[in-house]
Design a protein around this ligand. Structure first.
Ligand code: NAD
Length: 457
């Protein structure tokens, strides 16, 4: 087992060429903006910017053909000032240490914003899960769980599903740790199947939370979900649930893309039929009665709501000007590059930032962990009621914070901006976006915990 060198600074002279590096630069720049807005002192900035613990493991797995392949896995705990580390495990060919660092940092802020008593972590294995048999995937998961055992546990660090992992992977993970201890430890992971201590509502929780935050934002903007048009990038755990729940709420989902292609029908897609096709073929592409569509065309559709539910770095300065949606809901983590934010703002697109929008997953993971500790089983209704309450508290805090400090360009005429600048010295740069507001609230909470705990020894 080895540990990696500390992360590069985001302000390094040359911009990163990897997707993970760009995600980390985005995470650092969002933190820096929040720290500056809060006027954090240099010591606190350095503490909160640093990743507390990083594990890199390389381990062999026997493949079905008798050969052996060595995989690289990661677990990064960014900050545990507010509680045990919490965050998903990603199995993806492009996963690297920088991507995991970025995702871990976003988890710290997401848990703080959602006000769940966790710090932030993330993990992953560089692999293509679709190219592995079920037996190979099980072997990889069990060995990875074994490698991570020194740093994970219900009181220290609790993994969950992310891209390329699911309830079955969590079940193998939990079983492996339990076998090593000689008794069941359900609280070591969340996102487990119901039969082994999972929570009702967890599999849809991220999508359900996204729908609650979209409904909330739309209401503020004066429209409802019924009849609203929607485009969704990604049709996995998050994208499928979001599309289905929006469809059930009366929205018209006109386009969906996934890794295999995309489908478009301006009159509305049959989402349950699309989900059946996805289960059979592993992609939505080619569904009957639909037109093909690619990501870039989907991003530019004239819809009310654009949901990004795939990967990081999808909307950048190169394509942000094409976005015509009224609401951009960040179901994925880091789908919008910071260079795109001012362009989206200029275009009047309301962005629901990722650490708010997709927080439903970690909120219900918290409920699952709580139920495991108390040996309780809440109903789906109880879970969804609590989720709605929790995520809307966070949403209210974000929009209120954004409004306290900003007069948004969408809502105020330019001459008033000029007036504010001339008379009060408030410049356009001072206007605070929902993303900045979300990060400011989160960083403020983690900073408060850090101050209270002090520096050991
Ligand atoms: P998943 O593996 O279940 O699904 C990912 C989807 O993205 C798949 O449909 C895949 O085909 C699609 N995709 C990949 N590359 C694409 C491309 N280039 N164009 C279009 N589609 C593409 O993963 P998930 O759990 O749904 O996670 C999606 C995003 O949501 C990630 O950013 C993840 O970190 C974030 N997230 C997940 C959860 C959760 O509970 N699973 C919680 C919060 C945030």
């Amino acid at each position: 087992m080895t540990t990696e060198t500390p992360p590069r600074m985001a302000d390094a002279a040359s911009p990163s060429t990897t997707a993970g590096g760009r995600a980390l630069e985005a995470a650092f720049s969002q933190f820096d903006a929040a720290a500056s807005n809060l006027g954090l002192d240099a010591d606190l900035r350095a503490i909160l910017r640093a990743h507390q613990r990083e594990y890199v493991v390389r381990f062999p797995v026997k493949l079905d053909d008798g050969s052996v392949r060595v995989f690289t896995g990661y677990r990064v705990q960014h900050n545990t000032a507010r509680g045990p580390a919490k965050g998903g495990l990603r199995f993806h060919p492009a996963t690297d240490i920088d991507e995991v660092r970025a995702l871990a940092m976003w988890m710290t802020w997401k848990c703080a914003l959602a006000n769940v008593p966790f710090g932030g972590a993330k993990g992953g294995v560089q692999c293509d899960p679709l190219a592995l048999s079920s037996r190979e995937l099980e072997g990889l998961t069990r060995r990875f769980a074994t490698e991570l055992e020194p740093i994970i546990g219900p009181d220290s660090d609790i993994p969950a599903p992310d891209v390329g992992t699911n309830g079955q992977v969590m079940a193998w993970f939990m079983d492996t740790v339990s076998m090593h201890h000689g008794y069941s430890i359900p609280g070591v992971v969340t996102g487990k199947p119901l039969a082994i201590g999972g929570s009702a509502g967890r599999s849809d929780a991220t999508g359900q939370g996204i729908v609650y935050t979209i409904e909330h934002a739309a209401r503020r903007m004066g429209f409802g979900l019924h009849g609203a048009t929607v485009a969704v990038q990604g049709f996995g755990n998050v994208g499928e649930a979001t599309a289905r729940l929006l469809h059930e709420a009366g929205a018209v989902v006109v386009a969906v893309t996934d890794i295999g292609g995309g489908v478009h029908d301006p009159h509305g897609l049959d989402i349950p039929a699309l989900a059946r096709r996805f289960r059979q073929h592993g992609t939505v592409a080619g569904a009957s009665g639909t037109q093909p569509i690619d990501n870039e065309t989907l991003f530019g559709l004239d819809v009310d709501i654009l949901v990004l539910a795939a990967l990081e770095g999808q909307i950048t300065s190169a394509n942000a000007a094409n976005v015509r949606a009224r609401i951009l809901a960040e179901g994925a983590n880091g789908p919008t590059d910071p260079s795109a934010d001012p362009i989206l703002r200029e275009r009047g697109v309301t962005v629901i930032p990722d650490i708010l929008c997709n927080a439903g997953g970690v909120i219900v993971s918290y409920f699952e962990w709580t139920q495991n500790r108390a040996a309780l089983a809440w109903t789906r209704e109880e879970v969804n009621d609590r989720l709605r309450h929790h995520i809307l508290l966070a949403a209210d805090a974000v929009w209120q914070r954004a409004e306290e400090d900003r007069i948004s360009k969408e809502r105020v005429k330019l001459h008033l901006l000029k007036y504010l600048e001339d008379h009060y010295g408030i410049s356009e740069e001072d206007l605070i976006s929902a993303r900045l507001a979300a990060h400011v609230i989160a960083v403020e909470r983690v900073a408060a915990a850090t101050r209270l705990r002090g520096i050991y020894p």
